[in-house]
Design a protein around this ligand. Sequence first.
Ligand SMILES: Cc1cc2nc3c(=O)[nH]c(=O)nc-3n(C[C@H](O)[C@H](O)[C@H](O)COP(=O)(O)OP(=O)(O)OC[C@H]3O[C@@H](n4cnc5c(N)ncnc54)[C@H](O)[C@@H]3O)c2cc1C
Length: 436
Amino acid sequence: MRHFAVVGSGPAGFYTAEALQKAFEGHARIDIIDRYAVPYGLIRFGVAPDHQSLKAVSKRYDKVAESEGVDFIGNVTVGRDVSVAELLDLYDAVILAIGAPHDRKLGIPGEDLPGVIGSAEFVGWYNGHPEFADLDPPLGGTHAAVIGNGNVALDCARILSKTRAEFEGSDIVGHALDALDQSAIRTITILGRRGPHQIAMTPKELGELGHLEAASPIVDGADFPPVEADDALEPGQRKSITILREFVATPADPAKPKRMVFDFFAKPLRIEGDGKAERIVVERTELDEKGAARGTGETYEVPASLIVTSIGYSTPPIDGVAYDERGGKFLNDGGKIGDRLFAVGWARRGPTGTIGTNRPDGYEVADRIAAELPPGGSSDRPGAQGLKALLDSRDVLPTDYDDWRKIEETETANARLGSPREKFVRVEHWLGTLGR
Ligand SMILES: Cc1cc2nc3c(=O)[nH]c(=O)nc-3n(C[C@H](O)[C@H](O)[C@H](O)COP(=O)(O)OP(=O)(O)OC[C@H]3O[C@@H](n4cnc5c(N)ncnc54)[C@H](O)[C@@H]3O)c2cc1C
């Protein structure tokens, strides 16, 4: 029997566990360890609450967690409660699937003013992440800005623009729903350093903006190259640009009080305000020969008392694990960090791709592990038994998959009408449900 520790229970952790199960055909015990008592990583804390169909992927992960040879060990933070070196002593291989939960910084003056919030924080706030339950984003001003041109930026702008009724059937947390309902924000500017052809927004997410109850998307046709230039784009990107061109051609609906303004070729230079964010000073850009943004020297101001930055994420370093500072992820070669130590998902690749991208990633690393530790072999490492003894000696109380089901049942039972669940937003609430 082989013993594997998969650290992180997001998509990458679950796909890797599934792949290891297949590769080792019943000759492996796999522990999926997570710092929280609730699994699924960004499926719970990242994916937008009004995109419920995407969250259904967790059913597949449930099957893995319920299957023979796999255990979920929650409420254990690797790097704090147990070190990676200790896990390597206890297990045949350790796979780090801890994602990339930290916001990347803009690196401009004024970024630390109150009112400037990273998207991981903002998304965590409306999704019930315990670290951000008390974020209290300023929603009292009329102008907000989102910096970034990817789908997460779109998620943030859409959530800021929706009415209470539009959240029906979502699992947005109560504190965010109430605060957004009272929000005074009427204009949300989405800033991107380059142009429409360079966006990383997908057609489905862009298309939704045409159907918002209270907001109209505003796009300036002058930002676009001639329509023939779209022919060179790959089909998905071409579709996104076609949707943006449709927005150019559609006048703002006067019956809708909110505006979502796409400001392309706009590079934030600094954030200004009297003790809090009030405006972004932006430089107009153009594309250079290599397609990078080049400042033109022309500057202007975008008013915003809430500024959400959505320009990427990084993985936090863990003691004793090789780290790629520039890439903000573990230093790895095709998923291998060192002897019997691997990385998968965002901790391996950085924050790119969809949920599904993590599947081939996990399978590739599982194949690599199977090549190094031939299935059928065994070791005398203690695996979960040793881990539990170690945690016990440190007064760390792990939770298991049945505990998660209890939490899930309670959340579902607490759900408001029309919501799939009322998420607990504090670690104490999860543990309280378990009588801890
Ligand atoms: C805001 C947002 C919205 C998104 N929306 C979509 C979408 O609509 N569709 C789509 O396809 N993709 C979406 N994605 C991308 C998708 O969520 C990622 O591809 C995927 O979650 C990455 O998986 P992961 O397992 O690498 O990381 P994560 O999902 O982040 O999982 C990491 C896990 O590791 C745990 N962990 C972290 N540190 C430790 C530690 N020290 N010890 C123990 N456990 C630890 C965490 O608690 C977490 O459970 C979105 C991403 C974001 C940020």
